[in-house]
Ligand binder design. Structure first.
Ligand code: LLP
Length: 384
């Protein structure tokens, strides 16, 4: 499905900016709903991937819940219309005010990442005369085979409670009364493109659930987190990730039982392919042995290539001339402000429009103002 960019309309807009194709977003949401409904799975969109208010409101209108990792995200989700009863709250460092906010708004669940956090949630809930619903985030020690910066489920990582600590968790739960254990939570990492790490995850989940059931804990909620990857190389061919395969593998191997709800927290796979960073070429600079296309967008607008060495497909929207080889760089005063090295792009001229594709997730939300640059704006295909 080759999407055309409305380049004539771009000419009235100040670059760089994020351009969101709402058709792709809606098709993705429809696909998720259709596939998840087959098994009555509960979907909480991971707000961290993109908290643009319009994106959030489209996702909330589609009926999904929200996965938040800060008080700010809880407020953004509520503002966008996500019901508190569909909000889950994770994060290794929940501040007291954020726990209070979650309790005051009556969110559905705190995904707890340590025993001290469990104790603090209990104290705060107790002071309010409330009972907090919690899930224990367990570190399943499954390697997601993805970039080390976005792996979360191994012993090396700060996230979750290791299973060998579970008896301590049980003792703590037995000694406190303002917290109710309703489930377990996992998240093994992000941009996972093979199903095998997920298979390892549900094998662990079955084991952990069995152990907790033997100790009288009936788990109402099993949350498998997010992590489904997207096709950064071929965004036109594969605009919608394989949700069918993702849910199928869980359904096949993780038994559904009456009274037990299975949850997922996809972020990247929901919004990644609907967004592109649109930028204009400021200069074509001929070095002694290479050419640089210098854009008006930098890592301040899209940090993924500089931070994770991530690949984003780069298209010259203004040229159909024979491709040449370029390093595509930004204007920020750091050598790491580079989007790609030695890539073939249709011959570049000053003023050409470039699209950095698959930038809907962890793009706009990670933008910053280093060098006193402005934050990028956003435009939508149906409103432009
Ligand atoms: N749930 C939890 C607890 C998470 O920590 C994350 C992502 C998600 C769900 C959503 O994962 P997704 O479906 O998006 O893979 N900035 C990085 C990605 C960081 C992901 C952090 N956690 C990047 O640009 O690749």
């Amino acid at each position: 499905m080759k999407k055309q960019f409305p380049i004539e309309k771009f000419k009235n807009l100040q670059t760089p900016f994020y351009y969101y194709d709402t058709d792709i977003l809606k098709e993705t949401l429809d696909t998720i709903a259709a596939e998840a409904n087959k098994y009555s799975y509960y979907i909480h969109y991971a707000v961290k991937a993109n908290a643009n208010p319009r994106i959030l409101s489209i996702i909330s209108q589609a009926g999904f819940g929200a996965d938040c990792v800060s008080g700010g995200e809880i407020l953004a989700a509520l503002e966008a219309g996500f019901p508190a009863g569909k909000i889950v709250f994770a994060g290794v460092g929940k501040a007291d005010w954020e726990i209070e906010l979650g309790l005051d708004k009556d969110i559905s669940c705190f995904n707890v990442e340590s025993i001290p956090e469990l104790e603090v949630i209990n104290q705060i809930a107790d002071a309010k005369g409330k009972v907090a619903r919690v899930a224990i985030r367990i570190n399943p020690e499954v390697d997601a085979h993805t970039h080390s910066h976005i792996t979360t489920g191994t012993k090396e990582d700060k996230f979750g409670i290791n299973f060998d600590q579970i008896d301590k968790v049980i003792n703590t739960l037995d000694s406190i009364s303002s917290v109710k254990l309703t489930g377990i939570h996992f998240h093994i990492g992000s941009q996972i493109t093979e199903m095998e790490p997920f298979a390892a995850l549900f094998i662990k989940a079955i084991e952990i659930e069995r152990y907790l059931t033997q100790r009288r804990f009936f788990l109402e909620n099993i949350n498998f987190g997010g992590g489904l990857g997207i096709d950064y190389k071929y965004p036109n061919t594969n605009p919608i990730p394989d949700f069918k395969a993702w849910f199928e593998i869980f359904h096949k191997h993780f038994p559904t039982r009456p009274g037990r709800k299975i949850h997922f927290e996809p972020g990247r796979s929901v919004v990644g392919q609907c967004g592109s960073l649109i930028s204009k070429v400021l200069y074509v600079k001929e070095g002694s042995f290479k050419k640089f296309a210098v854009l008006d967008a930098g890592f301040t607008d899209l940090i993924r290539p500089a931070f994770y060495g991530a690949y984003h497909q780069i298209e010259n929207l203004s040229s159909s001339e024979m491709p040449d080889m370029y390093d595509v760089v930004g204007p920020v005063c750091e050598s790491s402000d580079s989007f790609a090295r030695a890539v073939r792009i249709n011959k570049v001229h000053r003023g050409d429009y470039f699209a950095l594709r698959s930038a809907g997730a962890y793009g706009e939300i990670m933008a910053m103002q280093y060098n006193c640059r402005s934050l990028p704006r956003s435009y939508f295909s149906d409103l432009i």
